[in-house]
Structures are given as C-alpha cells and as structure tokens.
Design a protein around this ligand. Sequence first.
Ligand SMILES: NC(=O)c1ccc[n+]([C@@H]2O[C@H](COP(=O)([O-])OP(=O)(O)OC[C@H]3O[C@@H](n4cnc5c(N)ncnc54)[C@H](O)[C@@H]3O)[C@@H](O)[C@H]2O)c1
Length: 341
Amino acid sequence: MVGRMKKLRVGVIGCGRISVMHLTSIALLEDAELVACCDIKKERAEAVAEKYGVRAYVSYEDMLDREQLDAVHICLPHYLHSKVACYAFEKGVNVLTEKPMDIDLASAENAVKTAKEKNLLFGVIFQCRYNNSAQLVKRAVESGKLGNIITARSTLTWTRPDSYYAESDWKGTWDKEGGGVVIDQAIHSIDLVNWLVDSEVESVSCSMANRGHKAVDVEDSAEGLITYKNGVKYGFYCMNNYGCDEPIEIRLYCEKGKVVFGYDDAYITYNDGTHEEAHQDENTTDYENGKDYWGVWHIRQIAQFYKACLGLEPLDISGERALSTHRLIMEIYNQGKASMK
Ligand SMILES: NC(=O)c1ccc[n+]([C@@H]2O[C@H](COP(=O)([O-])OP(=O)(O)OC[C@H]3O[C@@H](n4cnc5c(N)ncnc54)[C@H](O)[C@@H]3O)[C@@H](O)[C@H]2O)c1
C-alpha cells in the first residue's frame, strides 16, 4: 500500500466575506485539514468552527500559541496582514495571506524578511493569475510567441456603493484598508499586467480622486502611466463609482500580436493571422455567498501553496515575488494621494 502523505494542519484567521473561498478550498483539497479558525467576532469564528468541527478562537495569538499548525490563511483587514504573518512566522508557521501584502511597503518587506529568516513559506493571494485566460496569455508571452510587449492597458469600471462601505468597519479607510479602488479592486488587474511585463518599474505618473463616495474619503477613481525599464508603457484606469460591474479588460500590444483578456476570456490574434483563445471552466463548486468578481481560482493557488509546504514544488506567488506588485501599488499611492490634496 502506498503510504498516506502528511496532511497539513491549517488554520484560518478572519472569518469574514472572503473566508468562504479559503474554507471551501481547504475542505476540497486532500493535502490539508482545517483544525482551527479565528475571528475577533466570536460568533463568526463559532459558526465556522461548528460547520467544520474545529476549534474557534477570538485571538490569533492564542490560536497560534496553542495549536500545532503547519500553515495559516490570513483573511483579515489589510493593515493586519504583515503583523499577523510575522506572529505566525515567529511560531514556525507558514503563511498564505490575502492581498494586498499590507498598507505600506516597510511592513510587507519586513514580513518577507522574517519568513526568509525563519525558512518558512509566505504566499500572497493573487488568484486571478490562475484564470485560464491569464495562464494562456502568460504562456504566449513567456514562450516568445507574442514577441516583446510594447504597450499595455487595463480598465476596471465597477460599482461599490456607499452601502458596501457602510457594512464594513475598515473598508474605505486610509488607516485600515490603505486606500480604495486601487488597493482593493484594481490591484488584481494591475498585478496581472505587472506579472506579464515582468520588468522593473522605471516611473509612475498618476492621479486619484474621490468622485462621488460621500461616506468615505479614499479614492474611487485613479488613472496613470507606468513606464518599465524594458520600455513597456502601461496605462491604467479604474473606478468603483460606475453604475454596474463591467468585466475588467486588459489589452497588450506586442511585437507579434495583440491580446484582449479579462478574468473569463482571452483572445490572442497573432500578426501571422492565427488565433488562440481561452475561457473559464464551468464552476461546479458552491462557494456560498462568493462573488462572481472574485473568480473561482483561489483553490488553484491554495493547492499550489500546499504542494510547496509539503516540499513537492517551489512556491509560485511568494511574498518576495509579490513585492514587485506591492511596490508598484505603494508608488501609485505615493503619487495619487498627493494629487488628491
Ligand atoms: N482575492 C480576492 O479577490 C479578495 C476578495 C475579497 C476580499 N479579499 C481580501 O480578503 C481580506 C478580507 O476581506 P473581507 O472582505 O473578507 O473582509 P471582512 O471584513 O468581511 O472580513 C475580515 C474579518 O476579519 C476579522 N478580524 C478583524 N480583526 C481581527 C483580528 N485582530 N483578529 C481576528 N479577526 C479579525 C473581522 O471580524 C472580519 O470577520 C482582505 O485582505 C481583502 O482585500 C480578497
């Protein structure tokens, strides 16, 4: 009989909206078992604990002190990500954190450094990279089939009404969320372009505004030009004060073809007249209350993180790699916030 592989003992910190994507994935994946969960709101932790038959905590320190965990998933407000990750690293526990890495650069860099010192894995969720569409485009870029990217653009026009912010005690705040549409929603499309271009940023020129959210003072609109050291010019536009959630759109103009893609579909037209396309698989998993705009590929990234924790594969989206996007987002804020004054 083939020996049973070790199952990772994992915990989830933060049992709010996004936690269903993590909890459902953990339940479906063979490499891990949920043993504990934590939320400062006791009733949320207890509801998860009851559903999955695990222990509930209201303090992440308690959970990490008492449980023998291999990994934790951090599903917390942005300003807590690095702090809680570092606590886990000090306890010898691997971390998979939700995006963004934090609301500043120094904390994110410190978490990367701490993970390295402790020889632990630090994964950062950017599940959109696992969409079939993004995977096709990445392969076409990396294989050289598209030649060099010359220029790129991304647009996001979504709606997050005042009621979205009113339901949360941290969203829409500079000190806990770290911003608005850029750090929360557009971060995924900006990350996709940054990942595809794969070069150091030379300069960022951008502006931000709050064009209509009365209940919060963070930006609901931003636009800018990012110039990379390899010469790529990337223009982005995002706003979450639109009348509906339109699909995001990313366009790449490359030496050997053009790409149009979003979270669901990708269309590549090569200059030689050939085409390639990719589409989202039909989702058969029920992520209760999951939002369409999250996509369904947390499970792919979580599975990859577990394989890395088990020593079977190198970690794909490590903190070290995710820092590239985090630095860019922070630079967008450095400039954008100044433009709001
Ligand atoms: N990858 C994606 O597409 C995606 C989508 C949505 C949210 N997110 C991210 O997930 C994270 C959580 O967002 P959300 O929408 O689930 O927020 P949420 O407010 O619904 O959930 C956060 C939870 O953390 C709990 N909490 C706060 N402080 C705590 C503490 N000190 N200890 C323990 N628990 C604490 C809150 O009580 C709450 O239940 C954010 O980083 C967000 O950006 C990612």
